[in-house]
Design a protein around this ligand. Structure first.
Ligand SMILES: Cc1ncc(COP(=O)(O)O)c(C=O)c1O
Length: 426
């Protein structure tokens, strides 16, 4: 390691508390200094392929000058101004209109946030407000799924279906419950058990991401839509990972022809170049929010809602996604990625290989090549030694490379993963 790298690591250990921190997991952090396309370089100059597009977000790849230029232009003109009711700014207006055009026909109104958890908090509060305004304040419960990830703030974290995120942080706010992840009948049973008059919304990721890249059966989302409509429960699609091209569509629910009542987004809207997220709200919900007397306002707000610079970068990012046909490219590359990992399905240590578009996972059989829960870490270590950087959860290794990755680099990703599995599991 160079002197600079050693100094940075010392300062990092001394002063930075990282997301999901434990010192044992941070003994030898990679300190990235530069990126281009699907590639990253550490401060030591070591090259890695970014196997997860940062954190599932850098869809247009690293080092995009256009996005830096858009930020510079907007910051020079006007970096920030309040978007609280009574004022607005051109990039926020234009981006809201553009996202509405990309979303389904009844999804036309956008509330901007700065990330995924804030978006889901906003969706829950919009659902509560919506029901309260219609004389149903008791419709408050939120149903979500096992293995779902919706962020870690109090509401979003309570919807997250991975108990490791709740432990030590209780008590949870009331009214959140979890059902098995791929069973629409379980949703109907839960709504009936809770009492439909008490359930505000159901939230789910079209393809579960951080839980382990879990695509649903073909009839799952149409059935969920049917059940939510039958019991007048709002359907919130958490498209924070799946939005903006990740699965080969602008939004993943398009795969199944389903329209949600609200869509949470973040990550891919700016490809991570600026923190930005939001919720797209259906015309039905908008109508209720907008038709209240002057004394009844939707008292929900963030300083950075509609941040001019973040929205300007969002617009430039959509220019790239559209101009370079990256959503379609994501669909084609997704097939290459899935074909590249498919041979692993025959390995005795592998339980399942799965994915949709440019998000895939290899799940290992617990206890075959490593004690249960430890295989992901081992494979990731072997990948990292070979210059592939990605993430795991327990026995699941996940991949979601940038939509601009070269075909040769994508081959390198899948070859590296196969070699890493061979090293760890024979
Ligand atoms: C589906 C989904 N929803 C919400 C979030 C939370 O987003 P953030 O970390 O920006 O709060 C994530 C983050 O990975 C996510 O994958």
């Amino acid at each position: 390691m160079t002197a600079t790298a050693v100094d940075l690591r010392t300062l990092d250990h001394a002063h930075l508390l990282h997301p999901q921190h434990h010192p044992a997991d941070h003994a030898d952090p990679l300190i990235f200094a530069r990126g281009e396309g699907a590639l990253l370089w550490t401060v030591d100059g070591k090259r890695y392929i970014d196997g997860l597009s940062g954190l599932w977000n850098v869809n247009v790849g690293h080092g995009r000058r256009e996005l830096a230029d858009a930020a510079q232009r907007q910051m020079t003109d006007l970096a920030f101004t309040s978007a609280y009711v009574g004022s607005s700014n051109p990039p926020a207006i234009e981006l809201a209109a553009r996202v509405a055009r990309l979303a389904g026909p009844t999804l036309n109104t956008i509330f901007f946030t700065t990330g995924g958890a804030e978006s889901n908090e906003t969706a829950f509060k919009a659902a509560w407000f919506f029901w309260s305004m219609q004389g149903k304040p008791e419709k408050r419960k939120i149903i979500s799924r096992a293995l779902g990830y919706h962020g870690v703030t109090m509401g979003a974290g309570s919807a997250t279906g991975l108990p490791v995120f709740w432990k030590h942080f209780g008590p949870q706010p009331p009214g959140f419950s979890h059902i098995p992840n791929l069973d629409p009948d379980a949703l109907e049973a839960q709504i009936v058990a809770e009492g439909p008059d008490t359930v505000a919304a159901f939230i789910g990721e079209p393809v579960q991401g951080a839980g382990g890249v879990i695509p649903p059966p073909a009839d799952y989302w149409p059935r969920v839509r049917e059940i939510c409509s039958k019991y007048d429960v709002l359907l919130i699609a958490d498209e924070v990972i799946t939005g903006f091209g990740r699965t080969g569509r602008w939004f993943a629910l398009e795969h199944w022809g389903v329209e949600a009542d609200m869509v949470s987004f973040a990550k891919g809207i700016t490809s991570g170049y600026m923190p930005l997220g939001g919720v797209i709200i259906s015309d039905r919900i908008r109508h209720v929010l907008y038709e209240q007397p002057a004394t009844t306002k939707f008292m929900h707000a963030f300083t950075y809602s509609g941040h001019a610079t973040c929205c300007a970068v969002g617009l430039a990012n959509l220019d790239i996604l559209e101009g370079e046909g990256l959503v379609e490219r994501g669909a084609a590359l997704g097939e290459q990625l899935q074909a590249g990992i498919a041979p692993l399905a025959d390995h005795p240590a592998v339980k399942e290989v799965r994915g949709l578009g440019m998000m895939v996972a290899v799940e290992f059989q617990p206890g075959v090549a490593a004690p249960a829960g430890q295989m992901g870490a081992k494979v990731i270590r072997a990948c990292r030694q070979r210059g592939l950087f990605t993430r795991f959860r327990e026995d699941i290794v996940m991949l979601a490379p940038p939509l601009v990755i070269r075909e040769s680099e994508l081959d390198e990703v899948t070859t590296t993963l196969r070699e890493a599995v061979a090293e760890v599991a024979g």
